[in-house]
Write a protein that binds this ligand. Structure first.
Ligand SMILES: Nc1ncnc2c1ncn2[C@@H]1O[C@H](COP(=O)(O)OP(=O)(O)OP(=O)(O)O)[C@@H](O)[C@H]1O
Length: 358
């Protein structure tokens, strides 16, 4: 028997092909779908499927059956609520813009799924992420870009630990999305034509503010839009409706485009700026996770940094401060550096480390 691997199956094309590839490579493959959230109305979950509703489970089960591998559904709702949903709401209430996928990866897909997989005798877990695990000559593990730049999911994986990476396989990262779709068709997988999921899985209709209101019960109410000098420009609907860089939905007629440049939960103010105000060449981040090396050890480092999932990356110099946070000086100003989002540092094609923008 080959080594045992638990593949996280979301019922989508990528994780289905991942399971198939690993089986072909001789692994002893077990499929697992994690149930991680449900709609307030279970009938809705059944209808929309979500990332782990009945449709996803049925699709994953069909794929597992067609591959002839054992398949289980595991309940991680408690872990997901604590590590992802509550964190998401709390960050917005504090004027920050969280990235729930990063928290889900670290604490649910890896921490929780990996420990349960080890309990059932697995050697590894695997996912259908477009990324690759790389073991460096210094013995450390890092995450490397997928072969295709169009689909690169490394940003959301920066927070994985060395132990988690040592026990992870990502077979899909060696192929382009087109190749994976073609393989799914060639293998006759029942999900070959399924669309990619894009939105935050647990938020219906992408309405963040309504979700936060329902979850938190009480949310900060209306307040003032102010400019950087503190002059009142108008009224906002409540800080949970805004994020740094936002232009749409402000309902401010200033005669020229304006943007959110800051959120101040202490005074319930949303700061508005124009043009250049939304650009900055400096940030500080905390909660660092180092990958390619185990820290900066007092040295400065020139790296590429990505400040959000869709950011192309920009050259910068990073250095550690006395309090353990890291400052990042960009060569050119970057648009909408947003507290709560991750900044991920890359060297060559792999992750050097990353943290949360403060
Ligand atoms: N509910 C779940 N249960 C088990 N594994 C999951 C679940 N959701 C996601 N995963 C794993 O995490 C990977 C990335 O998920 P994500 O939703 O970002 O990707 P995706 O591109 O939609 O992948 P897929 O085509 O496999 O759905 C999936 O390929 C899968 O391995």
């Amino acid at each position: 028997m080959g080594k045992k691997v638990v593949v996280g199956m979301s019922g989508g094309v990528d994780s289905s092909v991942a399971a198939c590839l690993l089986k072909k490579q001789g692994y002893d493959v077990i499929g697992v779908t994690m149930q991680i959230w449900q709609d307030e109305d279970p009938e809705e979950t059944a209808e929309n499927g979500g990332c782990c509703g009945l449709t996803a489970v049925e699709d994953a089960r069909k794929v597992a059956w067609s591959l002839g591998i054992p398949y289980y559904v595991m309940n991680f709702r408690k872990e997901f609520k604590a590590a992802v949903m509550d964190y998401f709401v709390d960050e917005y209430l504090h004027g920050r813009t969280p990235n729930p996928c990063i928290a889900c990866n670290r604490y649910v897909k890896w921490e929780a799924l990996l420990s349960r997989s080890l309990e059932i005798g697995a050697d590894y877990i695997a996912t259908g992420h477009y990324a690759r695990i790389l073991k460096l000559p210094n013995g450390r593990y890092t995450v490397r870009n997928s072969v295709t730049a169009q689909k690169d999911q490394t940003y959301a994986l920066y927070n994985l630990t060395q132990d988690q990476l040592a026990r992870t396989l990502m077979p899909v990262g060696d192929f382009t999305k087109e190749e994976i779709r073609q393989m799914a068709e060639d293998m006759g997988l029942p999900v070959a034509k399924k669309k990619d999921s894009m939105d935050i899985c647990f938020i219906p209709d992408n309405d963040y503010a309504a979700f936060i209101q329902r979850s938190a019960g009480e949310v900060p109410g209306a307040g003032n839009f102010v400019d950087k000098e503190g002059k009142i420009l108008g009224r906002h609907k409540g800080i949970t409706h805004y994020t740094v860089g936002q232009r749409k939905g402000l309902n401010l007629s200033m005669g020229h485009p304006v943007f959110v440049t800051g959120i101040r939960p202490e005074t319930n103010e949303v700061v508005i700026g124009e043009g250049d105000d939304v650009f900055s060449d400096f940030l500080v981040c905390g909660g660092l996770n180092w990958m390619a090396e185990d820290g900066l050890h007092g040295e400065e480092r020139r790296v590429m940094a990505k400040i959000r999932y869709s950011h192309k990356g920009a050259p910068c110099l990073i250095r550690e401060r006395e309090d353990g946070t890291v400052e990042c000086q960009f060569e050119t100003p970057q648009r909408a550096i947003t507290p709560g989002q991750a900044v991920v540092f890359y060297e060559n094609d792999h992750i050097f480390g990353g943290g949360t923008i403060l």
